[in-house]
Structure formats: C-alpha cells, structure tokens
Design a protein around this ligand. Structure first.
Ligand code: ATP
Length: 330
C-alpha cells in the first residue's frame, strides 16, 4: 500500500495535484473526493455515512447527506441553514463537531463533518448503566466548556441531550445537531441575555416555539410568553448531569404532556447514593426561573463562572486504584 501511495503521490505531484493533510486536493469538494462507507445513522431528513478521502492519508469524515426535495417538501430549509451557519460560526473549539466543507449537487446537500468514532454519549450510558463520579465530571466539564464557547459566540443550542453529544476516538466530547439552535448577533445580546423581541405597534410578540426534546426542554419554553435563553442550555446540562449518574433522565413519563407537567412542577427524585455535590449542582441547575438558575443571570454576578466554580467540578476526588498504583510504581 505504501508504494502504491508513493506512486500516486508522485503522479499527483507531477500534475500539481498533491493532496493535503486532510486527504483532499484543490478547493472545491464533491462526492468524487470520498469513498462512501457504512451508514452511521439516520436523521429525520438526512443520512450520515462514513466517508474516506480517495487520496492519502485516507482521512475519515462523517458525510451528512440531505435530500433537497425532502427538505423543501417538509419545509426544513430554515433548520438546514441554521445548522450550517452555527457550525461555521463555532469553528474554534474541540468540543463542537467541526464542519469541514459543504457542497451540493442537483439532488442533495452535503455536509462533511468531523467523524466522531465513538458515537453518541447515550450509547455509553446505556452500555454502563451509569457513570462513576470521576467519569461524570470528565464528560460534563467538557460539555460545559463547549457550551461556554457556544454562548460566547451567541449560539443557544436548545437541544442538548446525550444523543447530540458525540465522542471521538479518544472519548472526547463533540457536540452536534445545531438544527434547532438559535444564532444571535452580538447586538441581539444584552446583559448576557437575548435582547427582548421588538414588538411592532399593533403587533404581537413573537410566538414562542417548542424546540428540542420533551425530556430536556426547560420550563420557560413550556410556559406562556417566554423564549429560550442561554440559561435553557444550563437546564439541559442539569438533565444530562443527572442522567449520566442516574442512568435515566430526571423527567420521564408515558406521554409528552405528562413529561411537561413533571418539568413545570419540578417533579423528580434522586436515586439512593447520588453523590452529594452532584446533587447540589443538579438542584441549582434544575430551577424553574431561568434567572435564578445557576449561571442564568450574568448581569448580576450569576454567569457561567458560578457553574464552573461549583464543588462538583472543584472537589478533590480520592485517587483511583490505578493512579495509586501508578504513584507507587514511580
Ligand atoms: P434529527 O435530524 O432528526 O434531529 P439527527 O440530528 O440525529 O436527527 P443526523 O445529524 O442526520 O440526524 O445524524 C444521524 C445520526 O448519525 C446521529 O444520530 C449520529 O448517531 C450519527 N452521526 C451524526 N453525525 C456524526 C458524526 N459527525 N460522527 C459520527 N456519527 C455521526
């Protein structure tokens, strides 16, 4: 294979077509650049497959293929564009999936994404039932760091959940699925919050819309007249922290309506043995009033720093057996 690679590279160098480290040549991408592999998953209007560059060093990507006809028919154009635009905005943090290129042909739109080899966090919660405290802190700290970056860039994710938190080959977090995100311009942010929508004289306030997944949706989105804010992502973070330690989301019921009832009434319990600092953090994140929620009121000294400095992240954990034995071996 090496000698074949070398031969190919020599031929390409001769015609000025040397592939770069990403395994691609030139500026324009097309399906010709990739060999399509296994299907990694299906979304409501897309299919994601493994795609390997046809040139060395044969890099692997996740290719999201969106059917144009289907998008038009289902009126999903807005979501497709939001996903592309937010991913392009969020180009500088290892905790957000990277969008390398986009291109299209007559039938489809193509998003070439960083490949998260270890799939969804949900898969790992199901595999292990729940995580120990150290692992929970490891993953939740990475999620928080990515959320901090998103918020700095004016993006509210609005659908954070273990299905949208992918893991790369080194089990590092890669947040994805920005189709229902809200992208705010800097002039649309006031005191660390989305500025209230302007109401035209005689007009009505913008209708609130439920976006996201029932189990993780914050109470402000369910109650009359409220829009999502950065704080809505902190509610979802509280749900994810609860889930990695308990093995299931805090609010679950037979129907969407009953789930919503539990959310607005803050009806959830901790399983026995839930770690104390983690419990305290969940209780401070699952607060119905978005301003009173930890991190939810940056203008009054309650910004994301309040979450980062919570003892759940700062407490010293006892060394594990392996790190003890490593220390002994030195
Ligand atoms: P929906 O559009 O209905 O919200 P979705 O966001 O899960 O669903 P896709 O973005 O099309 O839809 O992803 C489909 C599946 O493909 C995901 O559930 C995930 O398991 C897998 N997948 C998506 N992106 C990647 C990636 N970058 N690396 C690895 N797997 C991925």
């Amino acid at each position: 294979v090496r000698s074949r690679d070398r031969e190919l590279q020599q031929q390409q160098a001769l015609i000025g077509m040397t592939p770069n480290a990403m395994g691609v040549v030139g500026n324009r991408r097309s399906t010709e650049d990739f060999e399509i592999g296994d299907v990694l998953g299906e979304g409501s209007y897309s299919t994601v497959t493994l795609a390997t560059t046809v040139h060395p060093p044969y890099r692997q990507y996740a290719l999201k293929v969106l059917d144009k006809e289907h998008i038009k028919r289902e009126r999903k154009t807005k979501y497709v564009l939001i996903e592309r635009d937010t991913l392009k905005t969020l180009d500088g943090h290892p905790g957000v999936i990277k969008l390398w290129w986009t291109f299209q042909d007559e039938w489809s739109l193509y998003y070439v994404l960083e490949y998260a080899e270890n799939g969804e966090l949900l898969k790992w919660i199901k595999k292990y039932g729940s995580f120990d405290l150290r692992s929970a802190r490891y993953y939740v700290a990475q999620i928080l760091s990515a959320v901090e970056y998103m918020h700095e860039k004016g993006v509210i994710h609005r659908d954070l959940k273990p299905e949208n938190i992918l893991l790369d080959r080194n089990m590092r977090v890669k947040i994805t699925d920005f189709g229902t995100a809200k992208l705010l311009r800097q002039d649309e942010i006031k005191d660390g919050q989305p500025a209230p929508a302007e109401v035209q004289p005689g007009g009505r306030p913008r209708a609130r819309s439920f976006v996201g997944t029932p189990e993780y949706v914050s109470p402000e989105i369910l109650s009359e007249g409220r829009e999502s804010s950065f704080s809505s992502d902190f509610w979802a973070l509280g749900c994810v922290l609860y889930q990695v330690l308990a093995g299931h989301p805090p609010f679950q019921a037979r129907t969407e309506y009953l789930t919503f009832q539990k959310i607005i009434n803050l009806q959830y319990d901790f399983p026995p043995g839930f770690p104390a600092h983690a419990r305290d953090l969940v209780e401070k994140l699952l607060v119905v009033d978005p301003l009173a929620r930890l991190g939810g009121d940056p203008a009054n000294g309650n910004g994301i720093e309040a979450i980062k400095s919570h003892p759940f992240f700062t407490e010293r954990l006892r060394p594990t057996r392996s790190s003890l034995s490593e220390a002994g071996a030195q």
